[in-house]
Design a protein around this ligand. Structure first.
Ligand code: LLP
Length: 423
């Protein structure tokens, strides 16, 4: 069931025609489908139901970094999801969306003392410690307050996830976690500190994974670590398997399905006797959103024409940053096609969404979308070229709402000051 579809020749999100959103909110604008978010959340949950040795099933902690919009988090909270957060800003969003503190997992290599303090205040479910140094610091803060922080030690399993280098996180030279070989000794030292209840282990090897084999290798290593830790007398009750499942960006892409992923997890984790935690991001939000844009004009090129759209790399950074592909589709497509370079208005060649791409013919003033923009889209936006921050809309059946107002460039200018001594 696809909630982004043509009806009477016009692309709709659920029952709302995209031109109506462009008219009301302007472009560029991210448009999310509530039904799609819910469906993805349910399919992922069903694929893992029954795993993890807990009556409630595993803890599903949505990776807030993928789409931190409050309304999106609210949709997922209503589906029973918790949150994987990497900053106090993300933690506050998860709490504001009504996620239960015990369903919040705090990851990240650079948690500051102030953030650790705030997370203890909020009584979040679990700190995923990324280093011994972080554990020592958290121990001191928690012990001084007379509380115990529930912790998992994040390990780096030294597995190549086979994805883009910039989003690989599980190789030995990446900054994440502690080397798995050193984990037993580090775990033992941290477990002896006051203020910490070291109850589990965690890993996350990368994002947009198209192969289950690297995940399986990493999980097998984690299973052996759990056995070793138990043998050394530690009580291991939780294992956090991270996120990373890839999504299709092109029609021909065929990432593993949540069901295949779930079957692999079931096989590898049999007998672990822990509560499993998952941190899915892209697989929930990626295909639940598009970036709606308007063609400013079509400019002649030497080989192919340039379709200049009003969205740019500051609104959707993935093509410029990772060479990522986002399908481009006209909102009111005709039968004609064209070969074009799709570019934004920003003053660098990196502001290119596609080169020599076969697309439906579009002209000045036409609306179009970049698909699969629901994850790592708006959240990675900037105001480069003083373009302001892009708006976001959530569709629900026949209705839609602006869930993030466009932040105009003037608002950014309003935060700036010219010091007296320059006036
Ligand atoms: N857990 C941890 C600790 C993570 O670092 C991440 C993603 C996730 C979970 C969620 O991974 P997912 O299920 O979404 O693959 N900006 C990049 C993606 C960066 C991912 C960073 N970590 C992109 O646009 O492709």
């Amino acid at each position: 069931m696809n909630h982004f579809h043509l009806r009477d020749g016009v692309m709709h999100v659920e029952n709302v025609p995209l031109p109506a959103i462009a008219e009301a909110v302007g472009t560029p604008v991210y448009v999310y489908s509530r039904a799609t978010l819910e469906r993805h959340a349910q399919v992922f949950a069903e694929a893992l139901a029954g795993l993890g040795g807990d009556a409630d099933g595993p803890l599903l902690a949505f990776a807030v970094k993928a789409n931190p919009n409050l309304a999106v988090l609210k949709v997922l909270q209503r589906q029973g999801y918790g949150a994987d957060v990497v900053s106090s800003g993300e933690m506050r969003r998860a709490l504001a969306a009504g996620m239960a503190p015990e369903k919040i997992v705090f990851s990240g290599v650079g948690k500051t003392a102030a953030e650790l303090d705030e997370a203890l205040d909020a009584e979040i479910g679990q700190f995923n410690l990324e280093s011994e140094e972080e554990g020592i610091e958290l121990s001191a803060i928690a012990a001084a307050r007379g509380v115990e922080a529930r912790c998992a030690l994040r390990v780096n399993p030294d597995v190549d996830a086979g994805t883009h280098d910039k989003i690989s996180t599980g190789k030995a030279d990446n900054k994440f976690g502690v080397p798995i070989g050193e984990a037993p000794a580090i775990f033992a030292r941290l477990a002896a500190l006051p203020g910490l209840r070291l109850r589990g282990v965690a890993l996350h090897i990368g994002s947009q994974l198209f192969e289950l084999a690297p995940l399986e290798r990493a999980f097998e290593k984690l299973g052996r670590l759990i056995a070793d830790l138990r043998e050394a007398g530690h009580a291991i009750t939780h294992a956090d398997l991270g996120g990373g499942l890839g999504v299709p960006y092109k029609p021909e892409d065929a990432p593993p399905s949540p069901a295949e992923y779930g079957a692999m997890v079931a096989r590898v984790t049999r007998g672990w006797d822990v509560r499993l935690v998952f941190e899915p991001g892209r697989v929930i939000a990626g295909n639940a959103g598009v970036l709606l844009t308007r063609v400013i004009r079509v400019k002649r090129g030497v080989a192919d024409p340039f379709v200049v759209v009003d969205a740019a790399m500051n609104d959707l950074a993935r093509p410029a940053m990772y060479g990522a592909w986002h399908d481009f589709a006209a909102v009111t497509p005709g039968d004609d096609r064209m070969r074009a370079n799709i570019v934004g208005p920003i003053c660098e060649t990196g502001d290119t969404f596609a080169t020599g791409r076969e697309i439906e013919r579009v002209g000045s003033g036409d609306l179009a979308v970049f698909r699969t923009a629901g994850a790592y889209g708006a959240t990675m936006a900037s105001s480069y070229n003083s373009r302001g921050f892009v708006a976001e809309v959530l569709v629900d059946g026949d209705r839609f709402a602006t869930v993030t107002e466009r932040v105009p460039a003037d608002a950014m200018m309003g935060a700036e000051r010219v010091p007296d001594w320059l006036a």
